[in-house]
Design a protein around this ligand. Sequence first.
Ligand code: NAD
Ligand code: WQD
Length: 345
Amino acid sequence: MKKGTILVTGGTGYIGSHTVVELQQAGYPVVIIDNLSNSNREVLDGIERISGIRPEFVEADCTDMKALTALFDKYTDIKGIINFAASKAVGESMEKPVLYYRNNLNTLMNLLDIMAERGVKGIVFSSSCTVYGEPDVNPVTEQSPIKKATSPYGNTKQISEEIITDVINAGAPFKSVILRYFNPVGAHPSAEIGELPNGVPQNLIPYLTQTAMGIRKELSVFGNDYNTRDGYCIRDFIDVVDLAKAHVIAVERMLEDKSEAKIEIFNLGTGNGLSVMELITAFERATGVKVPYRIAPRRAGDIEQVWANPTYANEVLGWTASTPIDDTMRSAWKWQQRLRERGIM
Ligand code: NAD
Ligand code: WQD
């Protein structure tokens, strides 16, 4: 049976592009909408080289309702939406809060409006472990307390979750799956797609791979005096392809009515916390490449430690993050090398 079309907002971005590949490989026709504010058209070539299929692409902004209407007029078989489109830099959100609230919230509200109008069955929403703030207890479950957001970016994720919940509770004619990602890392093993940070990377892995490549002099390790097993911050680093696969399962669940629930929330993590130093060691072990680093002061606002209890996703979705960290480090490195070969970085 022909599968319904999935609209992937932000589909040329980091997690979106990997998800488009998995959707296509599972037989879903895909339409991408992206305004290319944090990605580029070449990503479509990478997707096509992996899956053999070029996804339909609309360059437009999700905050533009006219553009969304035109898209739905053109593609009349859209059955589900995966909403990746958002601005995601925590630091920038502190400087430009209105930009973050406007982009992230207007995008979501436009999509919810048009879904109801056009009979779309469900929306998968990209949320984040940032909603748990600094947890009192690790690992965190979906029932762990939501902490007051410490950045406008984090707040947009909390508000978005509330908007979706309110809209569904008000009787909206569709379902939603909210996925709380931990720290997505790595790239597609083919190195055809991966993360494309703008300017100086703020996140650990792109900074680390750029340092290993010699683009940056050394990696600053922010803090070694945390109250953790080795003094470094601990995160749950999840392979981006594992993460992408969970979206296909979530979409299927909504479209095929596999659950009674109209709204479901899942943690997507490995269940293993790894410290920043353990990650550097894993990278060096997996690739044989040394990473010059120095211990630097703590970074303001950093969470000391957070990792997921992914049992609910494991049991209900039948999904686990199974890629060994060494493989993830190799894919991250292969991607960085590919960027160099292409003269991009
Ligand atoms: P990304 O920046 O690589 O991808 C987002 C894409 O959305 C980009 O291609 C960008 O051009 C596009 N976009 C932004 N605003 C848009 C708009 N108004 N209209 C159309 N397109 C728009 O980010 P990512 O890392 O792939 O993140 C995807 C989603 O997952 C985001 O919602 C992000 O907040 C969330 N998330 C990311 C992480 C992470 O560490 N990467 C962790 C938790 C949650
Ligand atoms: C990881 C660890 C740093 C860079 C952010 C967002 C969060 C979520 C995921 C979207 C920390 C350390 C980093 C460096 C370092 N995104 N580090 N040197 O802060 O866990 O989470 O991305 O929802 O909301 O806040 O990720 O990769 O920035 O940092 O030592 O140059 O690496 O201190 O302990 P973070 P990160």
